[in-house]
Design a protein around this ligand. Structure first.
Ligand code: EPU
Length: 429
């Protein structure tokens, strides 16, 4: 296990290149099993979740060729297994996309109930309801979700909640179903559009991705394809919020500004200066940040994944800010450690009240999940003195060379080995 040792009071300065999107990559990789031919995926982020996903594909029998740190060639022709291994699947939530992609390929799949960040209850009822509508029977046996269908047949499916995971899984299964599927009340995130583009390049017929309704005409002919992953809007947003919170000035490079409009708007609302160019955004912090209300919503709203770093920014704004988490029940894992660093935050249900303006002070803390970990790192860069952040394996799951990029922006961060004793103040599992 490792920890970060961060010396604070640094204003981040400079430019940072944004990597490929984690949440796109972890959907594109399982989607590749729909074909027998070779697919090339470029601009993959070099993160633990992508490495785990590639190990799952290898374990299933897919031929893998790494092309440097950020590209891979996958040939699923020899794929034979329908049950990804529990030891790999438990490491990440998106491994449940093998439900949709193996169902599409073999008409059956056996996928262990997945792991992932602890953000409160994360049901999969909408996935199973969708699979059932396409004609697949599901059962849960010994911690395994078993799916089987004689033939997948297109259907009209209205999702009760907007879910990225359910939208992805049903796009995968419906791409190979007989006839037309209409998915209503779907997620509209850019990662959904990226997946639709990839599947269409493989021979699928998917229209409407990025709107509330997706229409899919199923096929059983999938070809090879070449695809470049879109930039990671959550990584970009993390650096943008960090720039404003540390009163620095950072250019995020290689981004799609349209995907970042909710963050740009919120930063302007708190008084930061945001300059948008076709492929870059420059964020400059100001001394007197203004408090604001922040409400998370599915895209194009303010993303729940940026709520923890957004909250850190609001601790720097003098006055009362209110955060409302509308997507997940329990996404306030970072609050206790922010309070240990001197932040004034009170959580009541889905709402957090932040009395901002006092400076934070370094403390030993522990990353409870990926985005909370990023938030604590930003807080440590803002704080007076030294912080030690344990359980950084959560951060390595989803941020490509995070500390290297932060060091280039001027942060003082060292990675060090830990003993259990070192990290006994926090949750290290
Ligand atoms: N939901 C249900 N039933 C379902 C599915 C979802 O009630 O069958 C609820 C969830 O409990 C939640 C809401 O719907 O309240 C949205 O969940 P969603 O299914 O959209 O989340 P997810 O697919 O599990 C993805 C991202 C998360 C991100 C959320 C929300 C991936 C691999 N994960 O999760 O990313 O927070 O959407 O935007 O794309 C992260 O990157 O750190 C991360 C956690």
């Amino acid at each position: 296990m490792e920890k970060f040792i961060i010396k604070g009071k640094t204003a981040l300065q400079g430019s940072v290149r944004i990597s490929g999107s984690k949440n796109s990559a972890v959907a594109l990789l399982p989607a590749s099993v729909l074909t027998d031919s070779t697919v090339h995926i470029e601009n993959l982020p070099d993160i633990t979740d992508v490495r785990t996903m590639i190990s799952i594909l290898e374990d299933l029998g897919v031929k893998i060729r790494r092309r440097g740190r950020n590209a891979v060639e996958l040939t699923p022709g020899s794929l034979s297994k329908i049950a990804p291994s529990y030891d790999l699947v438990k490491k990440m939530r998106a491994s449940y996309y093998f439900m949709g992609s193996l169902l599409a390929r073999f008409g059956k799949a056996e996928v262990p109930i997945p792991g992932g960040c602890d953000l409160g209850p994360r049901p999969i009822d909408q996935h199973l309801k969708g699979f059932a509508a396409l004609g697949a029977k599901s059962s849960i046996e010994h911690g395994m979700i078993k799916l089987i269908s004689e033939k997948l047949v297109g259907a009209r499916i209205y999702f009760d909640v907007v879910s990225i995971g359910a939208t992805v899984n049903l796009m995968l299964a419906a791409a190979a179903a007989e006839g037309r599927t209409v998915l209503e009340n779907v997620a509209k995130e850019p990662e959904i559009v990226d997946l639709a583009n990839f599947l269409n390049a493989m021979g699928a017929s998917i229209r409407g991705a990025g709107t509330d309704v997706i229409r899919i005409d199923g096929t059983n002919k999938f070809s090879g394809a070449r695809h470049t992953v879109i930039p990671d809007r959550i990584e970009a947003g993390t650096f943008m919020l960090a720039a404003a919170a540390t009163r620095g000035s950072v250019v995020v490079d290689d981004v799609i500004p349209k995907h970042l409009e909710a963050i740009t708007a919120k930063l302007r609302e708190v008084g930061a200066i945001v300059e948008v160019e076709p492929e870059t955004i420059k964020v400059t912090g100001v001394a007197n940040l203004k408090p604001s209300d922040l409400k998370t919503f599915p895209y194009p709203g303010f993303p729940t994944d940026l709520q923890p770093p957004g909250m850190v920014l609001l601790t720097a704004a003098k006055g009362l800010s209110v955060v409302t988490e509308n997507v997940f029940d329990g996404r306030y894992n970072h609050v206790d450690d922010l309070k240990r660093m001197g932040a004034h935050i009170k959580v009541e249900g889905r709402t957090a009240l932040i009395e901002g303006g006092n400076s934070l002070s370094g403390a030993p803390v522990s990353a409870p999940d990926l985005r909370s970990g990023a938030a604590l790192i930003i807080a440590a860069i803002m704080a007076e003195g030294v912080s030690e952040i344990c359980a950084i394996e959560h951060v390595d799951r989803g941020y490509d060379r995070f500390e290297e990029k932060l060091i280039k922006l001027g942060a003082s961060i060292k990675r060090a080995k830990v003993t259990e004793l070192d990290c006994s103040t926090g949750n290290t599992e």
